[in-house]
Write a protein that binds this ligand. Structure first.
Ligand code: ZN
Length: 79
């Protein structure tokens, strides 16, 4: 599913892994998919659409600067 999106999509969202600081781009379709799942699961709009890090497998990579479909501005502040 995600591979299919990567081929089709040209719009990406910048992500960062809080654990190993790996920065990568995720196709917007995948991000929207995760957002949709969070909404169905009843999670608050402040929940970032998490993606798994391809380097360290940490499963809570967050968007660096992204306004979600539900209107929440996700912003990663480096600690
Ligand atoms: Zn990582």
């Amino acid at each position: 599913m995600i591979l299919y999106f990567i081929i089709l999509s040209r719009i990406t969202v910048h992500y960062v892994c809080p654990k190993c600081k790996n920065k990568f781009k995720a196709p917007i379709e995948a991000v929207l998919e995760f957002e949709q799942e969070d909404e169905w699961n009843g999670l608050p709009i402040s929940t970032p659409p998490y993606i798994i890090c391809s380097k360290c497998n940490f499963n809570k990579c967050v968007p660096i600067d992204y306004v979600s479909k539900r209107g929440y501005h996700h912003k990663y502040i480096e600690k």
